[in-house]
Write a protein that binds this ligand. Structure first.
Ligand code: ZN
Length: 132
């Protein structure tokens, strides 16, 4: 674990309008618009709000949806999964455990050989750190 002081969490007025909309108002970026859906470098995707390590490039796969897709979180202790019945759909919301940012949703249509889950995450909520 790296240091996890709460003062690493960006305040709402420090977030870009896009990040605020998605992380705090549970918005969704347009598919194929984000910076990471077609990003294939090795490394770690962190929370754009607080820096928590959320997803490893090792679990990223091409889902064809236009959003970064992962088969599992880097550490299940770093995320919260929450039932979301909004917009007339039953979905499972994915939130950052540390800062509460809305990240995206998890769907049960991921690659079966990797466990069958697809974490569909907004690029805007992620910050990529390449392996050195
Ligand atoms: Zn966070």
């Amino acid at each position: 674990m790296t240091t996890s002081k709460n003062d690493n969490i960006k305040k709402d007025n420090e977030l870009s309008p896009e990040l605020y909309h998605i992380a705090r108002e549970k918005g969704t970026e347009a598919p194929f618009s984000g910076k990471y859906w077609d990003h294939h470098e090795k490394g770690m995707y962190q929370c754009a709000v607080c820096g928590t390590e959320l997803f490893s490039s090792d679990t990223k796969f091409d889902s064809g949806t236009g959003w970064p897709s992962f088969s599992e979180p880097m550490n299940t202790e770093h995320v919260i999964l929450k039932e979301d019945n909004g917009h007339g759909m039953r979905r499972t919301e994915v939130l950052c455990k540390k800062c509460g940012a809305h990240l995206g949703h998890v769907f049960p249509d991921g690659p079966r050989e990797r466990g069958g889950n697809r974490y569909c995450i907004n690029s805007t909520c992620l910050l990529f750190k390449g392996k050195k």
